[in-house]
Design a protein around this ligand. Structure first.
Ligand code: NDP
Ligand code: MG
Length: 384
């Protein structure tokens, strides 16, 4: 029986993970659950899974939640609460599926405590990869749950270290893949929130429409797999059946395909090296003719990808600047303060304005992140 904690339990990825757990109650015991503010949904999940360790972002939300739970339940709050869950001796496997950067220290704590970790939260690795990756013991302690990285991780199983030449992460291209550049300025939040393939949280759905998500994922991949910027590339594959490809030194290419459903990578992370069906009625892959084509992403129409590649190449403070500025830019786009096409523009401007040194500690990286949020907010204020 694997004892699991799910951080971000009320969100899109968290729901996929819990669906897998729901169908494997003989293998997985959900011991702990964490969310931001949604105490109502967390209380319902806690009752369903008999999870007795809960955490919410604020003290007030946690106090309200505690009133709805049996007295035996333990209710924690904030980043410290997440850290306490992550190093709890009653937990074997911690799933990081929250949005934002509040779980970075909990991620470090889980790795230090020798827990198995499934990681969907890309922000933490992009901002703090330099202070997270050295804590990983062995290839399978940290299991990438982001579907493209999960594909690469699976492709690398059984391969020797020095054989990898390059990896490719696929992108559907988002809802505006074939739109002419001049129409992109008219994209509304409602249009950007309709992803053609994946059903996800709002922030990552907008990031998929600008291709910023793919850019952030290139940085995530460089940290996770210890690769140089020239070894990670994005490919548009409209069929969304192939998720990641690895090119080896001899010219062979391995790729991982499957239905675009987050329950697949979730099951592989929870049960690896076993392969268990994510659910009783999970569809078999359709091996009939389907679009398996690959092409380059258009960085002219989708400059966010180019900006993210620049952040990857520069390293140092730039990945944190990218994450902080993009978080604010997407929020302001959703509030209709700035147009869709301004998202990459304000991120680029924020990066260009930074003149301090690269962070030397996690604390300094978090300061860079905060600086980027504030600087980008001031640019957006000026555009209203
Ligand atoms: P959602 O917005 O759907 O869910 C976010 C989750 O995080 C919710 O459970 C939310 O709780 C919780 N949360 C927010 N703040 C905190 C906090 N301070 N402490 C603890 N929990 C918190 O996002 P997604 O599920 O789409 O994405 C989650 C992460 O996974 C992101 O980093 C995203 O980039 C990544 N990812 C997502 C994929 C997807 O398919 N959706 C695919 C690959 C990666 P509450 O409900 O209370 O707000
Ligand atoms: Mg992804």
């Amino acid at each position: 029986m694997k004892r699991v904690a799910v951080i971000g339990a009320t969100g899109s990825v968290g729901s996929s993970v819990l669906d897998v757990c729901r169908h494997h109650r003989d293998r997985v015991e959900v011991v702990a659950l964490a969310a931001g503010e949604n105490g109502e949904k967390l209380a319902a999940l806690s009752a369903e899974f008999a999870a007795s360790k809960l955490c919410l972002a604020s003290r007030e939300a946690a106090a309200t939640l505690a009133g709805k739970l049996p007295s035996s339940a333990e209710t924690l709050f904030g980043a410290q609460g997440l850290k306490t869950l992550a190093e709890d001796p009653d937990i074997d496997h911690v799933v990081f599926a929250s949005s934002g950067t509040s779980a970075i220290e909990a991620l470090q704590a889980a790795l230090r405590a020798g827990k198995e970790v499934s990681l969907a939260n890309k922000e933490s690795i992009v901002v703090a990869g330099a202070w997270v990756m050295p804590l990983v013991r062995g290839r399978d302690q940290l299991r990438p749950l982001d579907s493209e990285h999960n594909a690469i991780w699976q492709c690398l199983q059984g391969e020797g270290g020095g054989n990898l030449r390059k990896i490719y992460l696929t992108a559907s291209g988002g809802p505006f893949r074939d739109w002419p550049a001049e129409d992109l300025k008219n994209v509304t939040p409602e249009m950007a929130l309709k992803h053609p393939v994946w059903s996800m949280g709002a922030k990552i759905t907008v990031d998929s429409a600008t291709l910023m998500n793919k850019g952030i994922e290139l940085i995530e991949a460089a940290f996770l797999f210890g690769l140089e910027p020239h070894q990670v590339e994005a490919l548009v594959s409209p069929g969304s059946f192939v998720h990641g490809l690895v090119e080896f030194e001899d010219g062979c290419v391995k790729m991982l395909a499957g239905e675009p459903d987050m329950r697949l990578p979730a099951a592989s992370c929870l049960f690896w090296p076993e392969r268990l069906s994510p659910s009783r009625d999970f569809p078999r892959p359709k091996l009939s003719p389907r679009d398996l084509s690959f092409g380059p992403a258009d960085e002219g129409r989708f400059p966010a990808l180019r900006t993210a590649k620049e952040a990857l190449a520069k390293g140092g403070a730039y990945p944190a600047l990218l994450v902080g500025a993009d978080e604010v830019a997407v929020d302001r786009f959703m509030k209709k303060d700035i147009p869709f096409t301004a998202i990459p523009q304000v991120v680029e401007e924020t990066m260009a304005a930074y003149s301090n040194a690269a962070p030397r500690s996690l604390g300094e990286a978090l300061e860079v992140l905060e600086w980027a949020r504030k600087y980008c907010a001031s640019i957006c204020d000026g555009m209203r």
